[in-house]
Ligand binder design. Structure first.
Ligand code: OOG
Ligand code: MG
Length: 262
C-alpha cells in the first residue's frame, strides 16, 4: 500500500458521495499516481464498513473484466473484484431509476450461489462446482463514477468495480447437470439484439472467475462463505442504456431476465 489511512478515508468519502449522488469524479490515480491495487481494495473495505454502518447488508461479491470483450472495451486486462450489497439488488420485471445513475451499462452474467465455503488458493473447477448450490442468470447494471466511463484498474477497484445494481432471475440450474462453458446468452434492448455470446467467454469457464476470486480473498485472509452470491463477469461487452429502455437477457435453458429503465 502507498496511501495512509487518512487518505484512504478521504478517497472513500469522495467515491461514496459520487455513488450516492450520481455524479462523476476524476480518476483517483490522477491525484495519487502512486496508488496501488491494494489501496484500491482498501477503499472498497472502507466502503463496505460505511455501508454496513448505515444498515446495508453484504450479499456476495462479483468478478469483473473476466472476458476478452470486457477487457477490450475498458482497456484493462486484469480482472477486478467488487462487493455486492443488498441495497443494489432490484427485482425481475421491475423498474430501475435512471436519475440515481450516471451512465449505466448492462452485462449478462452467470451467478453462483454457494452451499459450502470456498477457501484458499489454487482451487479446481471441480471444487467450485462441488461447493455450488445452483447457478442462476444475472444482469449487472454497472455505472462508473469516473468521467466518460474511463478508468484504470486501481481507480475502478476503488469505485467497487463500477457496481451499481443487479437483477437475478430466470431459472436456477444444477451446475453438475450442464456444460458451464456453452450456456448461450442474448441481450436485447427494446426488442433488438445488442450482443450475444457463450459462457466460455468468461476465462474459458465461469468457475475460473471464482477460483481467481478465492485466490484474491485468500491473500487477504478471507473466503467465500456458504450462501455467497457471486457474479462471474459480463460474457459480452457492456451495453449502454437510457431512460425508457426495455432490457431482456435470455439465457439458454435458464429463462430470461427483463426490466426497464425509467
Ligand atoms: C468494471 C466492472 C466490470 C464485468 O462484469 O466485467 C464488470 C467496468 O467495466 O466498469 O462488472
Ligand atoms: Mg459485471
Amino acid at each position: 500500500m502507498s496511501l495512509d489511512a487518512k487518505t484512504i478515508s478521504a478517497l472513500t468519502d469522495r467515491v461514496l458521495h459520487a455513488q450516492d449522488h450520481a455524479h462523476t469524479i476524476s480518476k483517483l490515480t490522477d491525484e495519487h499516481p502512486s496508488m496501488t491495487v491494494d489501496d484500491g481494495y482498501a477503499v472498497q473495505d472502507e466502503l463496505r464498513r460505511r455501508w454496513i454502518a448505515r444498515g446495508d447488508r453484504p450479499v456476495g461479491v462479483k468478478a469483473g473484466l473476466t472476458s476478452k470483450a470486457k477487457m477490450q472495451q475498458m482497456g484493462v486486462d486484469v480482472p477486478g473484484f467488487g462487493i455486492l450489497m443488498s441495497s443494489m439488488a432490484r427485482p425481475e420485471n421491475g423498474l430501475i431509476e435512471m436519475d440515481q445513475l450516471v451512465h449505466p451499462r448492462i452485462e449478462a452474467e452467470i451467478a453462483f450461489v454457494l452451499k459450502s465455503e470456498l477457501k484458499g488458493k489454487g482451487l479446481t473447477i471441480e471444487q467450485v462446482i462441488e461447493a455450488t448450490d445452483y447457478i442462476i442468470p444475472a444482469v449487472e447494471v454497472i455505472d462508473s463514477r469516473f468521467e466518460k466511463f474511463k478508468f484504470d484498474l486501481v481507480s475502478v477497484i476503488a469505485d467497487n468495480c463500477s457496481s451499481s445494481r443487479y437483477v437475478t432471475g430466470g431459472r436456477p440450474l444444477d451446475p453438475r447437470k450442464v456444460d458451464l462453458r456453452t450456456i448461450g446468452v442474448v441481450i436485447e434492448k427494446n426488442g433488438e439484439i445488442q450482443a450475444l455470446g457463450a459462457s466460455a467467454a468468461v476465462l474459458n469457464h465461469p468457475a475460473n472467475a471464482i477460483i481467481m476470486l478465492a485466490d484474491h480473498l485468500a491473500a487477504r485472509g478471507e473466503s467465500l462463505p456458504a450462501g455467497s452470491y457471486i457474479m462471474t463477469g459480463g460474457i459480452t461487452e457492456a451495453i449502454p442504456v437510457s431512460r425508457g429502455d426495455n432490457v431482456v437477457a435470455r439465457f439458454q435453458d435458464m429463462g430470461s431476465i427483463s426490466f426497464k429503465f425509467v
